[in-house]
Write a protein that binds this ligand. Structure first.
Ligand SMILES: *[C@@H]1O[C@H](CO)[C@@H](O)[C@H](O)[C@H]1NC(C)=O
Ligand SMILES: *[C@@H]1O[C@H](CO)[C@@H](O)[C@H](O)[C@H]1NC(C)=O
Ligand SMILES: *[C@@H]1O[C@H](CO)[C@@H](O)[C@H](O)[C@H]1NC(C)=O
Ligand SMILES: *[C@@H]1O[C@H](CO)[C@@H](O)[C@H](O)[C@H]1NC(C)=O
Ligand SMILES: *[C@@H]1O[C@H](CO)[C@@H](O)[C@H](O)[C@H]1NC(C)=O
Length: 483
């Protein structure tokens, strides 16, 4: 634009007049069109922007400055459906007819985030929305309360009840237009779990389901049920605990509570403050990653009812008979298959362990060992399963196990992966005591039973385990009489 200059009438003395006329006409046209373009460009941009805005409504983007100064609560409800191709549309709180893309004959799942200390949009919202829509043809409503969550923690906690009341009003409007409460599922992370609880309580517990991902503990511990999530807030409440000793909540809050790796610390998460920000949030955030694995069916983790994590690791809670043919509940999105059984039990605490990263699920075997040494032996066992160059490892080292003559010791062996056909088994016994002379464990029988798959248990009879020396044997199907 700036570079265009009008031709100088004096510089064309040797040129014909004709050319000059042409040039000046052309230039005038050019100038005119440039002028028009300048005029039109902003208009065009505005149109494009509004078009985009109508097409894809985005989660509120804030920064740490907003969080420090504080933000006032604003609730935006972003709808995602299979038709709108993961492109959000903003729902009206007052006029249902404006929400034409919301099909109330379908189930609706609300996804509710927690405290936002940096104001950034939660990165997992996109994945969970896509995961939910890939599984079922539903309405996914992402609740964007970033303004209200990006502030001090105390203020954010204060906002949870207000946010709950606001979303309740929207759900009541949905109900007035024909939606059924039992087809509503609220998935809440951290503070979002308690918001889900407040919504559920306001709707008399008629909402179909609440899934709470590591419900927040700070300022909620020890409060009465109307000030936090509890199992009366929905027809079915499933809760996952991953950071109950810091940001999460320790006590059971639902019909079923899953304590991943004991519910406090997660494998692969930093154990010291020197790792920076992730030290504070890794365990807490892991709840979302675990739920995602269940949603995408990357793999399934069975969860075992037990009164404590210690008992679970000690192999004392491997019974699943109370759930009949279905077996123990599988953690996550599909736990609704156990809903009826779990409602009868009212409250069930369950445990499972995971790998440090996806695929998170581990493979559990029950290992029964009988020895014939005269004396009692205490120690740790490492088991490896092999097939065609693939190896799965289980270390039973959380506590020293007791082995007694002709007495069956039951251990829980948790492998990092599933070996479809076990060809060889490696065993190693250690006492952890370097000063004492090396011990020998005379194993009369060792039996490995896959806990998640129907198959004949694997046995090996008469193995000598010298301390710290790995022995590899070929297992055989156990004799009928010995299981
Ligand atoms: C919910 O919040 C939105 C935006 O923050 C507001 O426009 C709407 O009126 C609120 N609804 C109720 C019932 O308070
Ligand atoms: C609403 O959803 C139902 C159930 O999936 C479907 O049968 C119906 O065609 C949908 N209506 C519209 C307008 O898309
Ligand atoms: C919940 O119960 C209260 C009191 O019984 C009633 O006023 C209210 O309408 C009920 N709300 C719903 C959504 O059923
Ligand atoms: C079921 O659990 C809830 C919440 O923990 C408790 O208030 C209620 O008394 C229990 N009901 C029965 C029948 O055990
Ligand atoms: C064994 O492993 C190799 C290499 O990973 C693979 O090519 C082969 O198909 C496997 N054989 C069987 C029987 O699984």
């Amino acid at each position: 634009m700036d570079t265009i200059s009008l031709p100088d009438p004096d510089d064309g003395r040797i040129e014909t007049r004709n050319i000059f006329v042409h040039q000046s006409l052309l230039s005038s046209l050019l100038v005119l069109s440039m002028f028009l373009w300048q005029l039109l460009t902003p208009l065009l941009l505005i149109t494009v922007q509004t078009y985009e805005a109508q097409q894809c409504e985005k989660f509120t983007k804030l920064n740490i400055g907003h969080a420090i100064i504080g933000t006032r609560l604003t609730i935006r409800l972003l709808l995602y459906t299979r038709e709108n191709g993961f492109c959000g549309s903003l729902m009206s709180h007052i006029d249902m007819s404006a929400n034409s893309q919301l099909n109330l004959s379908r189930p609706t799942t609300f996804v509710i985030h927690g405290f936002r200390p940096t104001g950034s949009p939660p990165v997992w919202l996109k994945d969970i929305t896509e995961g939910l829509l890939a599984r079922s043809d539903i309405n996914v409503i992402v609740v964007d309360w970033n303004r209200g969550a990006a502030t001090s923690y105390f203020k954010a906690v204060e906002n949870t009840k207000k946010a709950g009341a606001n979303i309740t009003a929207f759900i009541e409007m949905m109900q007035n237009h024909g939606a059924s409460l039992s087809s509503i599922h609220l998935i809440g992370f951290s503070l979002g779990a308690h918001i889900s609880g407040f919504i559920g309580a306001s709707l008399n517990g008629s909402v179909g389901r609440i899934s709470a991902l590591d419900p927040a503990g700070l300022m909620f511990r020890g409060t009465p049920t109307h000030d936090r999530l509890d199992s009366t807030d929905a027809q079915f409440v499933d809760v996952l605990h991953t950071d109950s000793d810091a940001l999460g909540f320790n006590e059971p809050l639902g019909h079923i509570d899953f304590y991943a790796n004991g519910g406090k610390d997660q494998p692969g998460c930093p154990k010291t403050i020197f790792s920076g920000e992730s030290y504070f949030k890794c365990d807490h955030q892991r709840s979302v990653a675990l739920y995602m694995d269940s949603l995408t069916r990357t793999c399934a983790s069975r969860a075992y009812p037990c009164s404590s994590y210690k008992d679970f690791l000690n192999g004392k809670c491997l019974e699943c008979d109370q759930f009949g043919a279905a077996g123990c509940p599988v953690f996550g999105y599909d736990v609704t298959e156990w809903k009826d059984a779990l409602l009868k039990l009212n409250q069930t605490k369950t445990y499972f362990t995971t790998n440090p990263k996806t695929p998170f699920c581990m493979t559990n075997y029950r290992m029964d060992v009988v020895i014939w040494n005269r004396d009692v032996h205490w120690g740790y066992v490492t088991v490896k399963l092999h097939y065609n160059g693939t190896e799965a490892v289980a270390k039973i080292e959380h506590t020293a196990s007791e082995f007694k003559k002709y007495t069956e010791t039951t251990l829980l062996a948790q492998f990092d992966k599933d070996i479809q056909r076990v060809e060889k088994v490696s065993l190693k016994f250690s006492t952890g005591n370097v000063l004492k002379p090396k011990q020998k464990l005379r194993v009369l029988r060792i039996r490995l039973t896959h806990l998640e798959r129907e198959q004949t248990p694997l046995c090996r009879y008469d193995v000598l385990l010298e301390e710290n020396r790995e022995v590899t044997v070929r297992p055989i199907p156990c004799e009928r009489s010995s299981f």
